[in-house]
Design a protein around this ligand. Structure first.
Ligand code: ATP
Ligand code: MG
Length: 429
């Protein structure tokens, strides 16, 4: 039997409902924040990620799914969403809009050739946000507030925001110099990857999962001592805004994040859930004032984040938060004879078009097993339609919990259900 590729998973049953719920809730939240939806291709020229994500990141050096298409072009399945959005921002000249900043959100699958483990897949889904055009720290704070408010809406409690500033280009340059000097006598004690990082991007040594607890990393010079006045001012302002929004944060001087293009604010949101394990970072993001220019656009500040769907679902499960409170349907229609089926289907469709979750027997069940099916579907009401009902246009409705029966004229059917079925808030978000 052919099996799914390693590191992928299928969605069905309750999981499908959960995912749709999260996507709907996020879309709804983004509407309130006044962000526009964007969708870019799943594959792009490989060069986009080499330039946009960076040749010294694991994502590009070890994790991409690359292929050559039939026209001999080098293509890559997107490992993350930002590079594609920035490409689109430039290609569609969105920088020319008067209504700056351009604020957008996206959702979709990302591909990374990683070692699969809990919370780590080769095809995984992200929801993310990018904003272009505002250099103001209030923008950074709004971006951080989005995942936080989203998690709050979902009822997640153990949420921690880790925060750092990488400063502007000048601060980073000075810091890089200090790091090179500091690590030089210790190179031999670092892991193989870090030896490489020392050459290409020493900042990323601080992000190393293997070396992170070594003294040599702990005692490394701290970025905050190298921030220039401008950068300090920006960072202080971000913190002030977070305080105004009552978003607690933990300053984490070693937080540098995997991607090369960040400037100023970087942050991660962690689920502090017992037993959740080490893949507990739900969301990461920050400011990337240099990226649009790097990819050939006009100098434009940018800031954004991306959130991992699978990890969010796991965190919700660990915290025993049941986002799908009920799976019941509103009405189950039972045609009692073959000849009744066209009329029964007509009634079913009309109920659906009036907003009721309605199902109809498709298996020619007898009446007894149809009532069993009604219970399995946890329907609120059953409609029985026989030849008598068809003639008189009066339907027999049964409340499936109380078993109370009603005779209702066809033209009063919608009104009856409008009065008796309360709209589920979960369906209205
Ligand atoms: P990590 O340090 O866990 O590898 P990352 O820094 O590579 O994360 P980002 O590129 O910032 O992650 O992606 C944002 C979010 O996407 C992460 O916080 C995480 O929730 C999720 N994510 C990243 N890689 C994977 C993966 N392979 N499988 C599932 N979710 C992932
Ligand atoms: Mg990673």
């Amino acid at each position: 039997m052919i099996q799914k590729p390693k590191g992928t998973y299928d969605v069905f049953d309750i999981q499908g409902k959960k995912i749709q719920y999260l996507e709907k809730l996020f879309a709804c939240l983004m509407e309130k924040y006044n962000y526009e939806y964007m969708r870019t291709p799943l594959f792009e020229s490989s060069e986009l990620f080499h330039r946009g994500v960076g040749d010294s990141t694991d994502i590009v050096t070890k994790e991409t799914y690359d292929f050559i298409d039939r026209g001999n072009r080098n293509m890559t399945l997107r490992p993350e969403g930002t590079a594609g959005i920035v490409r689109s921002f430039i290609e569609n000249k969105m920088y020319g809009r008067a209504s700056s900043p351009v604020k957008c959100w996206y959702t979709g699958p990302m591909y990374r050739y990683e070692r699969p483990q809990s919370g780590r897949y080769r095809e995984f889904y992200q929801m993310g946000v990018e904003v272009f055009g505002s250099p103001d720290p209030i923008m950074d704070a709004e971006i951080i507030s989005i995942p936080v408010q989203f998690f709050r809406l979902l009822g997640l409690k153990g949420i921690k925001v880790h925060l750092n500033s990488l400063g502007d280009q000048e601060s980073r340059k000075n810091y890089k110099k200090a790091l090179l000097e500091y690590f030089e006598p210790h190179i031999e004690t670092l892991c193989e990857d870090c030896k490489n990082r020392y050459q290409k991007n020493p900042l990323r040594i601080l992000d190393c999962k293997i070396d992170k607890d070594k003294d040599v990393l702990r005692n490394a010079p701290k970025l905050k001592d190298y921030l220039n006045e401008e950068s300090k001012k920006h960072y202080e302002a971000v913190k002030k805004y977070l305080e105004a929004l009552q978003i607690p944060y933990i300053e984490d001087p070693n937080l540098v994040r995997g991607l090369d293009y960040y400037t100023h604010t970087v942050f991660e949101v962690e689920a502090n859930v017992e037993g959740f394990g080490s893949q507990n970072v739900l969301c990461g993001g920050g400011r990337y004032d240099g990226l649009v220019e790097t990819l050939g656009g006009p100098k434009t500040p940018g800031v954004g984040f991306a959130l991992g769907m699978e990890r969010l679902l796991t965190a919700l499960e660990y915290e025993k938060i049941d986002i799908i409170k009920n799976q019941e349907i509103d009405i189950y229609v039972i045609p009692l004879e073959e000849t009744i089926k066209p009329y029964a289907l007509e009634i079913t469709t009309s109920l659906r078009m009036n907003g009721f979750i309605t199902d109809i027997d498709m298996m020619n069940r007898n009446i007894k097993s149809n009532f069993k099916q009604a219970d399995r579907l946890q329907t609120k009401y059953v409609i029985l339609i026989g030849s008598e009902e068809t003639k008189t246009k009066t339907l027999t409705i049964k409340n499936n919990q109380t078993k109370q029966e009603y005779k209702i004229k066809e033209e009063q059917l919608i009104q009856f259900f409008d009065q008796n079925i309360e709209e589920d808030i979960h369906e209205t978000i």
